[in-house]
Design a protein around this ligand. Structure first.
Ligand code: 5GP
Length: 205
């Protein structure tokens, strides 16, 4: 007998600038059996972003076509652009026992929880709002208007923290600590009774 080997669907959210990209990069580089779902977006690529790696950058028409064909696990409209999680790839990876990370905003995260109650929702928090603002300005990839919009959006998103399963702090000097904490959460989730009803069922066989 063994634990259910299906992967865990891991939804990671956090205010823009909280460092979730770095946390996810640590999870992918330092630990085995993690994969990141690549979303579709109608946003334009930033100068350092690669199509098919960071996102699939698509037209509004292509995005609407995917909605019509039921290809999304969830999708949302965020700060002027559409973003969506392709369903089939996520399910394929979970069936292979890979933990799949969705790096998505709060509305999408809560929709995933409705569609997949077994998903684990994690909110990554920076040390303070002030630090967040400094980090966003330090990026130099967002316009002033965009920074303002993202900070306002952060206030709205944080109202939803109580609906998340876990909060993980990401301090400036954390260097991989947040990723390590997340692997501990995933390991705990793998042992949840509801994921392993087969153990007792097969016990007397
Ligand atoms: P950015 O434009 O900074 O890459 O992403 C903006 C926000 O959209 C981030 O909070 C990011 O996590 C979220 N996001 C990226 N892909 C998806 C997706 O497929 N679905 C949802 N709901 N949010 C997404």
């Amino acid at each position: 007998m063994e634990l259910n080997q299906k992967g865990i669907l891991l939804v990671i959210s956090g205010p823009s600038g909280c460092g979730k990209g770095t946390v996810v990069a640590h999870l992918l580089a330092d630990y085995e059996r993690y994969a990141l779902s690549v979303s579709l977006t109608t946003r334009k690529a930033r100068h350092n972003e690669i199509d098919g790696f960071h996102y699939y950058f698509v037209s509004e028409e292509e995005f609407q076509e995917n909605i019509k064909n039921g290809n999304f696990l969830e999708y949302t409209f965020y700060c002027g652009h559409h973003y969506g999680t392709p369903k089939d790839r996520v399910n394929e990876l979970l069936d292979q026992g890979i933990n799949v990370i969705l790096e998505i905003e709060t509305e999408g995260a809560l929709n995933v929880k409705k569609a997949c109650p077994d998903a684990v929702l994690i909110m990554i928090l920076p040390p303070s709002f002030r630090v967040l603002e400094q980090r966003l300005r330090g990026r130099h990839t967002n316009t002033e208007e965009d920074i303002h919009r993202r900070l306002e959006r952060t206030k709205e998103e944080l109202l939803l923290v109580p609906q998340y399963d876990y909060v993980v702090l990401n301090p400036d000097d954390g260097d991989g600590d947040a990723a390590k904490t997340i692997t501990a959460i995933v390991e705990t989730a793998r042992h949840e009774q509801k994921r392993n009803t087969n153990l007792l069922r097969d016990f007397y066989k």
